[in-house]
Design a protein around this ligand. Structure first.
Ligand code: PEP
Ligand code: CO
Length: 478
C-alpha cells in the first residue's frame, strides 16, 4: 500500500518550511547536527504495534466504550527520573483507573504524561531579572532553570539526555508492570500512599475491597487465576513541541506504510502551537500515531473544523483527540458551538477534558495554583455539554503527582494558599497531589456514572442509553 494522496507532499522534515513557534535557538549548529544524527541512529522507544493498538482502543473510547485517563507532570525533570517518583506516578494512575473502571464499567486506557514530557512552551522568549535578560527556561530538554547565561543557553546535548531519561523511565514502567505492579492479586500495591481525609480513604478502600472480592469470586468459579488481571497496558504521551527532536524519532517500519513517531505513543499539539499553517500541525498531520490537539480560547468552529480536516482527512477511527481546556467559565461559551459544528460531520473524534490549564491563577504570594473546585466544575460542565449533545466524555487529561506536594488548593485535605510554600515542587504548572488526584477520580466516577453512557453511531444519530452499570456484571480490570 502506498501513502495516501494527501501525504504525498509530506516528509518528516516538511514542517521546516512552515513558521515554527516555540523552538529554541541553538548557537552551535554543528553540535546540534551531531546530536540529531546520533538521535536518528538510536533505537525507538515504542513500537508501531503498540501505537496501532492504542489507536484501536481510542476508537472505542470515541464511542463511549472505553475511557481515557491521561496524566502526569506539567514538565518532567531529569532530576525526577528516580524509581520512587516514577513508581508513585504509576501507582496513582492505576489507583485512579481502578476507581473509574469500577464505577463506569468501562475499560480504562492509561496514558502517562511522561517518558518524554521535557519541553515546555513559554509565553515569552526571554526572562528579565534585575536588569539581566536571558532565554526563558523551556524545559530540561532545552536548557536549565537556573538563572545564569550558561544554564539558560539551549544545549543540544540535553536532547540526548532527554531521550535517555525517557528510555530509562519507560524501561522501569514496563518492568514494574510486567513484574506484577498492577496485579489485582497483590493488595499491598493498592494501599494508600499517604494519609487521606476519611471520606476519600473510605470511598477508595470500599472500591478496592469490592474489586478484590469480585476477583476472588470469579476465580473461585473458574478454578484458576485470570491472567488478564495480572497486568495492564500502559502508554506514554508528551507534547510534540521540539520538532527537531520529534523528527529524529520519526521512523519507517518494515511491513507498514507511512511514518511513525516512535518516541512516544500519543503526541499532542499544544494550545499555543496549533496554528493551521504552522509547523506543528504540518508535522503531526503526517505521522501514523493517534494525535491529540489542545483546544483553548479563542477558537471558532470554522478553525476547529479546518484543524480536524488537516489532521484527520481520512476520518480514521481513533486518530484524533480534542483536549478541551477552556476554564470553568469559558467552557460554557465555547464548547457547545464547537460540538455542534463537529456533529454535523460524519467524523468521530474523542472529546477529552483538560480541566487544569484554563483554571490557573497566581496567589498574592506569587504561587501559580489551581482550585480543586474550579477543576471539578469544568469537568462537570464539560460532561454536561457533551451529554446534552448525546456524546460521551471520552477521557480526561490531568496534571498530577503521585506525591504529597502542595501546588493546587482545596479538596478534602483542605489545602489553602498558606500551605503552598510547604512542598511546591513543580517548575512550571501546579499539579494535583496524590490525595487530590484520588479524590478527583472519585468525583469524576460519580459524574460519569450519573450520566447514562451515550453510544454513538457514525451517521450522526445519537441514542442515549442507560448506563451499563445497572445491567452488567462487575468488570474489575482497572
Ligand atoms: C501543558 O499541557 O502543559 C500546556 C502547556 O497546555 P496547553 O497547551 O493546553 O496550554
Ligand atoms: Co502545564
Amino acid at each position: 500500500m502506498s501513502d495516501p494522496v494527501h501525504l504525498r507532499d509530506w516528509r518528516p522534515d516538511s514542517w521546516q518550511t512552515r513558521p515554527a513557534a516555540q523552538q529554541p535557538v541553538y548557537l552551535d549548529s554543528a553540535a546540534l547536527a551531531r546530536v540529531l544524527e546520533q538521535l536518528r541512529q538510536l533505537p525507538p522507544l515504542v513500537s508501531s504495534y503498540e501505537i496501532e493498538c492504542l489507536k484501536a482502543q481510542l476508537a472505542e473510547a470515541a464511542l463511549g466504550q472505553r475511557f481515557l485517563l491521561q496524566g502526569g507532570d506539567c514538565s518532567e525533570t531529569f532530576a525526577d527520573c528516580q524509581s520512587s517518583i516514577i513508581a508513585a506516578k504509576l501507582k496513582i494512575l492505576l489507583q485512579m483507573s481502578l476507581v473509574l473502571a469500577y464505577e463506569t464499567r468501562r475499560r480504562i486506557i492509561r496514558v502517562g504524561r511522561f517518558a518524554g514530557q521535557y519541553a515546555k512552551p513559554r509565553s515569552t522568549e526571554v526572562e528579565t531579572r534585575n536588569g539581566l535578560t536571558l532565554p526563558a527556561y523551556r524545559g530540561d530538554l532545552v536548557n536549565r532553570p537556573e538563572f545564569s547565561p550558561e544554564q539558560r543557553q539551549p544545549d543540544p546535548e540535553l536532547l540526548l539526555r532527554g531521550y535517555e531519561r525517557a528510555a530509562l523511565t519507560l524501561n522501569f514502567i514496563r518492568a514494574l508492570i510486567d513484574g506484577g505492579f498492577a496485579d489485582l492479586h497483590h493488595p499491598e500495591n493498592w494501599t494508600l500512599s499517604f494519609a487521606c481525609a476519611r471520606s476519600v480513604a473510605e470511598a477508595y478502600q470500599q472500591r478496592v475491597t469490592a474489586v478484590q472480592e469480585a476477583v476472588s469470586f470469579l476465580e473461585t468459579l473458574t478454578g484458576g487465576t485470570i491472567p488478564q488481571l495480572q497486568r495492564v497496558d500502559f502508554f506514554t504521551s508528551h507534547e510534540a513541541l521540539h520538532l527537531l527532536y520529534e523528527q529524529a524519532l520519526t521512523r519507517q517500519v518494515p511491513r507498514r506504510t507511512g511514518w511513525y513517531n516512535l518516541g512516544t505513543h500519543f503526541p499532542w499539539i499544544g494550545n499555543r502551537t496549533r496554528q493551521i499553517e504552522g509547523a506543528h500541525v504540518e508535522y503531526c498531520r503526517g505521522i501514523r500515531n493517534p494525535v491529540a490537539v489542545k483546544i483553548g480560547p479563542p477558537i471558532s468552529p470554522e478553525e476547529l473544523l479546518a484543524l480536524c480536516e488537516r489532521l484527520d482527512p481520512e476520518r480514521e477511527p481513533g486518530r484524533l483527540t480534542l483536549i478541551t481546556r477552556f476554564g470553568a467559565d469559558a467552557v460554557t461559551r465555547y464548547l457547545p458551538s464547537l460540538v455542534e459544528a463537529l456533529q454535523r460531520q460524519p467524523r468521530r473524534v474523542l472529546w477529552v477534558c483538560d480541566p487544569m490549564h484554563g483554571n490557573t491563577e497566581t496567589t498574592p504570594a506569587g504561587f501559580k495554583t489551581r482550585r480543586f473546585d474550579r477543576i471539578l466544575l469544568e469537568l462537570e460542565r464539560t460532561c454536561e455539554i457533551l451529554h446534552e449533545a448525546g456524546l460521551p466524555l471520552a477521557g480526561v487529561h490531568f496534571e498530577l503527582s503521585g506525591e504529597d506536594v502542595t501546588e493546587c488548593v482545596g479538596g478534602a485535605c483542605g489545602l489553602t494558599e498558606d500551605d503552598l510554600a510547604r512542598a511546591y515542587r513543580s517548575p512550571v504548572d501546579p499539579r494535583l497531589n496524590y490525595e487530590q488526584s484520588l479524590e478527583m477520580a472519585l468525583h469524576l466516577a460519580r459524574l460519569l456514572r450519573a450520566r447514562s453512557v451515550t453510544r454513538v453511531s457514525l451517521a450522526g444519530s445519537t441514542a442515549p442509553e442507560r448506563s451499563p452499570t445497572v445491567a452488567s456484571a462487575p468488570s474489575p480490570t482497572p
